[in-house]
Design a protein around this ligand. Structure first.
Ligand code: G3H
Ligand code: 13P
Ligand code: ZN
Length: 335
């Protein structure tokens, strides 16, 4: 089966109350860890590539490795551009064989966001030279400090804008801001309380905004960015082995699970993979200072990524065991 767009995935996810995991990929071990987990759990996948990942790894390498992942696993997989920031970048990905793109105009004025998103949608949905490519737009901005897609100050999505945005642009899905943010430090300590172990407890997501958006757009797939939970197990391993990540905090899994049963069909996870990777490598070097073969420590990183992804698929996203129904829907839609 070729790499697919997200239509069949979101159709099933919405109908059956689960979400597809959208995992960021930057190198071979990350892709392998994710795909090994999904293969064991028979789960669909969105493998997403940021502008930074393309610059780091070269787009052709990533594209070919994702194609290899599909070939090896036989799973339903979409190759998605994460946070595309220009028409040219989206076009380059579409022309190169991506099956889905995000155009992130959330830093622009509302009018400019509509205009840019519409231009990408027109190109992506025109099937003269390529298959139908699904497009994700964004309304509202996520706060965060660590990557090139974050803003210092966030702003929640305004439910009163979503019908106009979706109608004018023709997007296939919409990323909204309800209190998640990118990176491993999603909240400042002063925004949180602390539990009995001194671990930060963040403020709850704005489910009232999600509900208001879903009421305006019944049946329409919603996307959550910045949805890592920052497992304290990995933070502790990192800190115990020479790292320094005080007060790293993420989104509680129970809230993501709840969102997945609602209109949220795609949940973006990157930081948790980075933490698993780093914890594996730091622990490996602490225990085996004599090792210098990358397969040894990158093997541990890959094993941690697999562990994180398995947990997400089964306990958070609810998409374990759903690969077959998505393939059946894809075949029906593409008869
Ligand atoms: O949303 C952002 C992703 O975590 C990608 O981050 O731009 O550092 O590749 P990156
Ligand atoms: P995290 O930093 O929470 O993993 O979010 C990733 C993301 O939103 C990628 O687009
Ligand atoms: Zn994001």
């Amino acid at each position: 089966m070729p790499l697919m767009n997200t239509k069949a995935m979101f159709d099933q996810a919405y109908k059956h109350g689960y979400a597809i995991g959208a995992f960021n990929v930057n190198n071979m071990e990350i892709i392998q860890g994710i795909v090994e987990a999904a293969t064991e759990e028979k789960a669909p996948l969105i493998l997403q590539v940021s502008k930074g990942a393309r610059n780091y790894a070269n787009p052709v390498y990533l594209q070919k490795m994702v194609e290899a992942a599909e070939k090896v696993s036989g799973l339903p997989i979409a190759l998605h551009l994460d946070h595309g920031d220009s028409f040219e970048l989206c076009k380059s990905c579409i022309d190169g064989g991506f099956t889905s793109v995000m155009i992130d105009g959330s830093a622009l004025s509302y009018e400019d966001n509509v205009a840019l998103t519409k231009k990408v949608v027109e190109y992506a949905h025109d099937t003269t030279n390529h298959p139908y490519i699904t497009v994700e737009g964004e309304l509202g901005t996520l706060a965060g400090i660590e990557d090139e897609v974050s803003h210092a100050v966030g702003s929640y999505t305004r439910p009163e804008e979503v019908i106009d945005f979706v109608t004018k642009t023709g997007v296939d899905s919409l990323a909204i801001a309800i209190g998640t943010s990118h990176g491993a430090y999603k909240f400042k300590p002063e925004q949180c309380t602390r539990d009995e172990n001194g671990v930060l407890v963040p403020p709850p997501l704005r489910f009232d905004i999600l509900e208001a958006v879903s009421e305006k757009l019944p049946g329409f797939p919603i996307v959550l960015h910045g949805s890592s939970s920052v497992p304290q197990e990995f933070v502790q391993i990192i800190n115990a082995n020479g790292g320094k990540m005080p007060d790293a905090v993420g989104i509680p899994e129970a809230q993501l699970r709840k969102a997945a049963t609602m209109s949220v069909c795609k949940i973006n996870i990157d930081s948790d993979l980075r933490l698993g990777c780093t914890a594996g490598i730091r622990k490996h070097f602490a225990e085996h200072p004599e090792h210098f073969d990358p397969r040894q420590y990158l093997g541990d990183a890959r094993a941690n990524i697999k562990k994180v992804v398995k947990h997400k698929l089964t306990e958070v996203l609810g998409c374990a065991g759903k690969a077959d129904e998505i393939i059946a829907k894809y075949n029906e839609m593409n008869k």
